[in-house]
Design a protein around this ligand. Structure first.
Ligand code: CMP
Length: 140
């Protein structure tokens, strides 16, 4: 069975009109979008999603940023999609991210307290299952 990952187009990506471009790259790679939703994140969802970062200096700015506008949530399917989407996204720091990647081509450092790096992608199959349950419910 194909693997699944949870992709989030963050508020900067949505505000800049990059949702279509992100989904285009996902689909052009050959992955399949199987769930898709645009809405505002809730504080509870973010506390659960970013639990591992609680206490880090960028945690609260990150949560505030994620609450600043709507996000687009997508469950994406395909063999190897967890590392595959991380590869499409590029390095966390958009300044360091290689050209050819979403962050390398479309992102930059805005001099803010948090990396506004357009997209999130799960870092493991376990994270993908955990995150998909947070955003879409246990039945997703
Ligand atoms: P993501 O990998 O989706 O999940 C954690 C997020 O925290 C990351 O994207 C960035 O947006 C942000 N982040 C990670 N590391 C840092 C850092 N050192 N400084 C600021 N923001 C960070």
């Amino acid at each position: 069975t194909p693997d699944r990952t949870l992709v989030i187009v963050k508020p900067d990506g949505v505000a800049r009109g990059l949702t279509g471009e992100v989904l285009r790259r996902v689909e052009a790679k050959g992955y399949r979008v199987v769930r898709l939703e645009m809405r505002r994140a809730t504080p509870d969802e973010l506390a659960r999603h970013y639990a591992e970062h609680e206490g880090k200096p960028f945690y609260q700015p990150l949560v505030d940023f994620m609450l600043s506008g709507p996000v687009v949530l997508a469950v994406v399917e395909g063999h190897g999609v967890v590392p595959g989407f991380r590869s499409l996204a590029g390095a966390t720091d958009p300044t360091a991210a290689a050209p050819g990647t979403i962050r390398g081509d479309l992102g930059r450092d805005w001099g803010l307290k948090v990396q506004q790096n357009i997209v999130h992608g799960s870092d493991s199959a376990e994270s993908a299952a955990r995150e998909t349950a947070i955003w879409f419910g246990a039945d997703a």
